[in-house]
Write a protein that binds this ligand. Structure first.
Ligand code: CA2
Length: 155
């Protein structure tokens, strides 16, 4: 049976593609889901793809991913990146690799976007590749867990 990667998206990402295309591009969240499913297929991984504007719902999904023994979590915490100790605490219980992703290069933006709590629990961080960063994150997990065409890496 294929292993599952949870791709979780934080607040306002449901509006992706509707404003600030110069920063975030024109892809919608539905396009991002397609990118993730294609990357999952390529690496023999099932994808659970979700978005919420509610912090506790994201915490619940992280707990669900852990309980269901997901192979990894790709998380764009969006506005919760720099505020949510609840999300950090949930991630700290997860044994599988957590990849933090941002569409934009948060380090080239305002200072307040740069101090990520999520990074403290993340195995890796991807930012600045636009929405293709999601495919890179899934490929990264495939490599870490030695899935299908991924190369097994030491943890
Ligand atoms: O670059 C990223 O992926 C961010 O996580 C996006 C967040 C921002 O708060 C982070 O600092 C960086 C913003 C999410 C909302 O994004 C929208 C983009 C376009 C249209 C509507 C919402």
């Amino acid at each position: 049976m294929a292993k599952t990667v949870y791709v979780l998206n934080g607040p306002n990402l449901n509006l992706l593609g509707t404003r600030e295309p110069e920063k975030y591009g024109r892809a919608t969240l539905a396009d991002v889901e397609k990118i993730c499913r294609a990357a999952g297929k390529q690496h023999g991984l099932d994808i659970v793809f979700r978005q919420s504007n509610v912090e506790g719902e994201i915490v619940n999904w992280i707990q669900e991913a852990h309980a269901k023994k997901a192979a990894g979590i790709v998380l764009n915490p969006a506005g919760y990146t720099t505020t949510s100790i609840a999300i950090l605490d949930a991630l700290l219980t997860v044994k599988a690799p957590v990849i933090e992703i941002h569409i934009t290069n948060i380090h080239a933006r305002e200072k307040f976007r740069q101090n990520s709590y999520v990074s403290k629990a993340a195995k890796a961080v991807i930012c600045g590749f636009g929405v293709n960063g999601y495919a890179l994150a899934i490929a990264g997990i495939a490599g870490m867990i030695g899935s299908k065409i991924g190369t097994k890496a030491k943890r």
